[in-house]
Design a protein around this ligand. Structure first.
Ligand SMILES: Cc1cc2nc3c(=O)[nH]c(=O)nc-3n(C[C@H](O)[C@H](O)[C@H](O)COP(=O)(O)OP(=O)(O)OC[C@H]3O[C@@H](n4cnc5c(N)ncnc54)[C@H](O)[C@@H]3O)c2cc1C
Length: 457
């Protein structure tokens, strides 16, 4: 009997597919690797996941969990075939409880839907990946996703207070719960958050929520140089302010936006800062005014301030178009998510210019200046068609990652390792760290059936 037939006996018939288009749709994410599974299973309950993993571990069949398929590192690519386990049909928001400030959700809920549902109850789930309309909360947990607001509020890990995880052998583990503080044993939640589907399949998540800040302000400032913009970032912190987000964009990114967004005004200059504040109305207004004065003293080329959701979003519209404008150049945008200690922000941008000179690829830098997490986008021509171009990109990335690590930075702050950064996993870790990863993987998944072929084999 073939695999599909066996799975149909285990689950409902329409929960299993080996139709060619379904296999193709579940072979990759937003990175460049793809590999077709033998079968796709759409789980509808924890007991489906449990039954499937009991079966797969007995037969030693690879199982790769998949959320929205909007990862940037090939994390959900079923590199060794077998079964893709899609969680998108487990998408219920089971509870939003104002008194406990907790949400209980299934992994397939889209992040934007969860954020909106929580907001409707005057609560706030801060992590805000740019992909939030298309990625799932389960995928966010598995990659420990971040976003602009993580400067003030922290990343996904800071909001997960309880998990239900089905282990490789089908055992259901529940850890944490609906309390905001908990020190019962090891931090197992921390172990599963960011584990990229290699230690277990997340089937339910309890999230800590915050009161919704009623007011917001945004400042947009353009500077002649990146050095001036980075100095402004340090000045804001030195004056004791912690903005919700603090975003920077470089010359190449702004030029691409100028060419692409003719109708939208891109402020003059070679570096752009966006500063967001939130909280109570009066304090937001007074903080925004104080930061406006600090920025004005730095002699920006342009400076604007907005209050209220709609006007703030107008200033953010430019930032939200950067990725599209870079794609409109016709080049392939290879998005990296390195993090450097904040003092190396300008060094990183200058280094990107040297990489351009050495390897010939234009490089666009923009992202989360406040926490040193910058999207360094290598803009490559013919990346998909020419193996020689791909080799050259890898050499440029060798240089970039070596320099970032030498500054005490990391090769990924948001997207994870997956397949895309497997080559640099040994450079980014010590032997001892890799050995602990191997031991943990072996303890939880002795047959290596969960998402095999990735950085811990
Ligand atoms: C345009 C764009 C913008 C982006 N912006 C951001 C950003 O601002 N911040 C950020 O952090 N990331 C960003 N990303 C990356 C990506 O969206 C995140 O990594 C996101 O968390 C992936 O979620 P997903 O549901 O699409 O997961 P998938 O791509 O389906 O899977 C990602 C990983 O999670 C595992 N997984 C998925 N669900 C489960 C589960 N239930 N149990 C166990 N493992 C599971 C998979 O096996 C895989 O390893 C962006 C990507 C794109 C394409």
């Amino acid at each position: 009997m073939d695999l599909k037939q066996k799975l149909v006996e285990l689950l409902e018939a329409d929960a299993v597919s080996n139709e060619p288009e379904v296999l193709a749709e579940h072979s990759g994410d937003k990175w460049f690797a793809a590999h077709e599974p033998e079968v796709v299973v759409f789980a509808r309950s924890t007991s489906d996941v449990k039954g499937l993993l009991q079966f797969a571990s007995a037969k030693k069949i690879p199982v790769t969990a998949r959320g929205g398929g909007f990862g940037y590192v090939g994390g959900c690519v079923p590199a060794r075939g077998g079964i893709v386990l899609s969680l998108v049909q487990m998408n219920r928001i089971k509870e939003i409880n104002f008194a406990d400030a907790v949400a209980i959700v299934e992994p397939g809920a889209f992040t934007a839907d969860l954020k909106a549902a929580v907001r409707a109850q005057k609560l706030f789930y801060p992590p805000d990946p740019a992909s939030m309309k298309d990625c799932t909360i389960g995928g966010n947990v598995a990659t420990n996703a971040g976003g602009p607001r993580c400067l003030k509020y922290g990343v996904t890990r800071n909001y997960v207070i309880g998990l239900e995880v089905v282990l490789a052998n089908g055992e259901v583990l529940r850890t944490g719960g609906r309390v905001h503080k908990n020190k019962t044993g090891f931090d197992l939640i921390g172990l599963f958050v960011g584990s990229e589907g290699m230690l277990g399949v997340v089937t339910e998540i309890a999230l800590r929520l915050l009161p919704l800040p009623p007011a917001r302000a945004t400042l947009s400032a353009a500077f002649a140089t990146a050095t001036q913009a980075a100095a402004a970032v340090q000045t804001i912190f030195a004056a004791g302010f912690l903005p919700a987000s603090l975003e920077i964009a470089d010359h190449f990114t702004l030029e691409a936006a100028r060419r692409d967004l003719r109708k939208m005004i891109v402020p003059p200059g070679s570096a752009h800062l966006l500063v967001d504040l939130d909280g109570q109305g009066e304090s937001v207004r007074s903080e925004a005014e104080a930061i406006r004065k600090l920025l004005a003293a730095k002699k920006p080329n342009a400076l604007e301030m907005a209050t209220g959701e709609a006007d703030c979003e107008e200033l953010w519209a430019l930032r939200r178009e950067f990725s599209n404008s870079l794609r409109a150049t016709g080049l392939t945008k290879l998005n990296q998510d390195v993090v450097v200690p904040r003092s190396h922000l300008v060094d990183l941008m200058e280094f990107a210019e040297r990489l351009h000179a050495k390897h010939g690829f234009p490089i666009a830098c923009f992202g989360h200046a406040g926490d040193g997490n910058i999207h360094v986008n290598i803009m490559a021509d013919q990346y998909n068609r020419e193996p020689a171009v791909r080799d050259k990109v890898e050499q440029a990335l060798d240089d970039l990652f070596a320099q970032v690590l030498a500054w005490g930075g990391v090769i990924t702050g948001e997207h994870g390792i997956g397949l895309a950064k497997k080559r640099w996993w040994p450079d980014a870790t010590t032997n001892a760290v890799r050995e602990v990863h191997r031991k943990l993987k072996h303890a939880l998944d002795p047959d290596g059936i969960l998402n095999p072929g990735k950085f811990v084999d």
